[in-house]
Design a protein around this ligand. Structure first.
Ligand code: GLC
Ligand code: CA
Length: 582
């Protein structure tokens, strides 16, 4: 590590992910908007964050809540307009908060002019090269060009209709039919995105979270995918298609965007752009291969979000993160929650909290085991202490600081995630983690979500009545609330050394076991996660028995839960230890 240069702003930053639709509604239509965010930025400054990431807020028919972009150079009218965006940037800048946008390269919306033009131009035209248009198979072209399945269910191919009403070519859409895949082998597509990046940087964005980059490349010739085992869940089928997943074009995309970013920084001294990839993948090596001086600045490491409540998995994740860093100087971003996964308060409170270890999109959204929210909350609090001292950017998801649980019982009429319909109403999808934020206990303003207007519309997803107790204003002055814990962790993190990595600690499992005959780190039954960063020691007890704390690590600076007996760490609890505060 080059110590002569200060670390870039994002290297240890705390980024707060805003599901724009669900954070704050300034005009009372029941839908979150940019002015709502601007009005609430002080709350985020008080929380102690460095940046916000806005989920897509471009004009969109909202078939996949903004991940179907109709115009990359404007703001969704439901959320405001470019002037509202400028107001948001101005207020964020005043509060020293940076703004990251969400860019969607793999697909746009069928409502995008690019797609409409391509349709109008007809088969064989250059404009159709922007997408994957193909003739169908069979005598009359009535069969899809290949057997690829979409991520959200059904064939990845959709047939078009010619202007004269006859059936036409097919187009590829790996998510919903409303999201046609763009052809990244076509230079005009790449040029269009170069301009989009610069457009938002010019308006003050500090960087991009890059959506679903792993699927931008497709095997030339679009061959059939190998068969998947019978019984594979709808939302897992596309993951197993090697012709769309982690192909070399992913590197090409990143190399190009990094060079655009580097050039922009060179032209605009003082600007420090960050590109972060949503790089789900089969191995950490693949994910890490995208982060280097020519590609991404950093990337999500989703393992903490995928972990069940077993200490060895958390130790492994931290070790893996460290090894990756050691190998390539790669920066990884940590996260416990996002808009595609069940909220961790519920996830970790599942009856056995034992989700399958290998990643599938499904583990995160489809578990219907009974949930004990109290247990889940205790574990979520401990998780924040485990995560909070790790080097690298930290991404929080709105409402996680209030300990919001997943809303598992949304009525069927309310469900909006396309997964629900696309799976033939067998998989409920991701709406349960997107329910609007409770700010106050006042039900008449949608719990403060739509305050500032008289008689607001119902929120776009119904909020559970019990959330009045979790509202931000109920927690803000309670030193034991989740909100206070998050503020405390972020404040202590800020004061922490910028030490680039941590040392894992192998603590004796009982006071008599000081010779450490066994390798406790590798022992799957060892319920303790412990590491040291600078002079802070983090110890978490994921087991069911109390644990005797070492006496030589200083005193408790932070605790995720009540520790009634001195020197004893209760079950499902974590602490930070360090030198006594002056
Ligand atoms: C990413 C997004 C998800 C979206 C999908 C398609 O996985 O996080 O919300 O549905 O891409 O754009
Ligand atoms: Ca609104």
């Amino acid at each position: 590590m080059n110590t002569t240069h200060p670390l870039p702003w994002w290297s240890n930053a705390v980024v707060y992910q805003l599901y724009v639709r669900s954070f704050a509604d300034a005009n009372g239509d029941g839908i979150g908007d940019l002015d709502g965010i601007t009005n609430r930025l002080q709350y985020l400054a008080d929380l102690g964050i460095d940046a916000i990431w806005l989920n897509p807020c471009y004009p969109s028919p909202q078939k996949d809540h903004g991940y179907d972009v109709a115009d990359y150079l404007n703001i969704e009218p439901e959320y405001g307009d470019l002037a509202a965006y400028d107001r948001l940037i101005a207020e964020a800048t005043r509060l020293n908060i940076r703004v990251l946008m969400d860019i969607v390269p793999n697909h746009c919306s069928t409502e995008n002019d690019w797609f409409k033009r391509a349709l109008a131009a007809g088969a064989g035209s250059e404009l159709r090269e922007w997408f994957y248009f193909r003739d169908g198979k069979g005598d009359d072209g009535s069969l899809p060009p290949n057997n690829w399945q979409a991520w959200f269910g059904g064939s990845a191919w959709n047939r078009t209709t010619n202007p004269d009403g006859t059936p036409g070519q097919w187009y590829l859409a790996m998510f919903t039919p409303d999201q046609p895949d763009l052809n990244w082998n076509h230079e005009p597509v790449r040029l269009a995105f170069d301009n989009i990046l610069r457009f938002w940087w010019d308006r003050g964005a500090a960087g991009f979270r890059i959506d679903a980059p792993a699927v931008v490349g497709k095997t030339p010739g679009l061959p059939d995918a190998p068969p998947v085992p019978e019984g594979t869940l709808v939302t897992d089928i596309a993951v197993q298609n090697p012709h769309v997943y982690h192909r070399p074009e992913v590197h090409e995309l990143f190399v190009r965007w990094r060079s655009v970013a580097d050039a922009y920084e060179a032209e605009h001294p003082g600007r420090d752009i960050v590109l972060i990839g949503e790089t789900f993948g089969p191995s950490l090596d693949i994910i890490a291969s995208y982060v280097n001086e020519r590609e991404l600045h950093t990337t999500f490491f989703f393992t903490l979000l995928l972990n069940n409540w077993e200490a060895h998995r958390w130790r492994q994740a931290i070790q893996d993160g460290g090894n990756t860093l050691a190998k390539g100087g790669t920066s990884l971003a940590w996260t416990l929650n996002n808009h595609d996964a069940q909220r961790n308060v519920s996830r970790l409170g599942h009856s056995d909290a034992h989700l399958p270890s290998s990643f599938t999109f499904n583990n995160l959204i489809n578990s219907h085991e009974p949930v004990d929210v109290e247990v889940g909350t205790r574990r979520a609090r401990a998780s924040m202490l485990i995560q909070g001292a790790l080097p690298g950017p930290l991404f929080l998801y709105f409402g996680e600081e209030l300990g919001l649980p997943e809303v598992l019982d949304l009525p069927e009429w309310a469900l909006q995630d396309p997964i629900w319909e696309r799976s033939g109403r067998t998989e409920r999808g991701r709406d349960g983690c997107r329910v609007p934020m409770p700010w106050t206990s006042d039900a008449s303003t949608n719990y403060g979500f739509s305050d500032g207007t008289d008689a607001p519309q119902q929120p776009w997803l119904p909020q559970p009545a019990q959330w009045s107790e979790l509202a931000a204003d109920q927690q803000t002055n309670d030193p034991n609330s989740m909100l206070s814990l998050y503020r405390d962790v972020l404040a202590a993190r800020r004061a922490m050394s910028t030490q680039p990595w941590v040392d894992m600690l192998d603590l004796p499992q009982s006071p008599d076991d000081t010779d450490q005959a066994t390798d406790n780190q590798a022992n799957e039954d060892n319920p303790i996660v412990a590491y040291k960063r600078g002079n802070t020691t983090v110890i978490a007890n994921l087991g069911s028995e109390p644990f005797v704390l070492p006496t030589d690590c200083g005193e408790i600076i932070l605790a995720s839960g009540h520790c009634p007996e001195p020197g004893i760490l209760p079950s499902d609890t974590a602490v930070w230890l360090g030198p006594a505060r002056q």
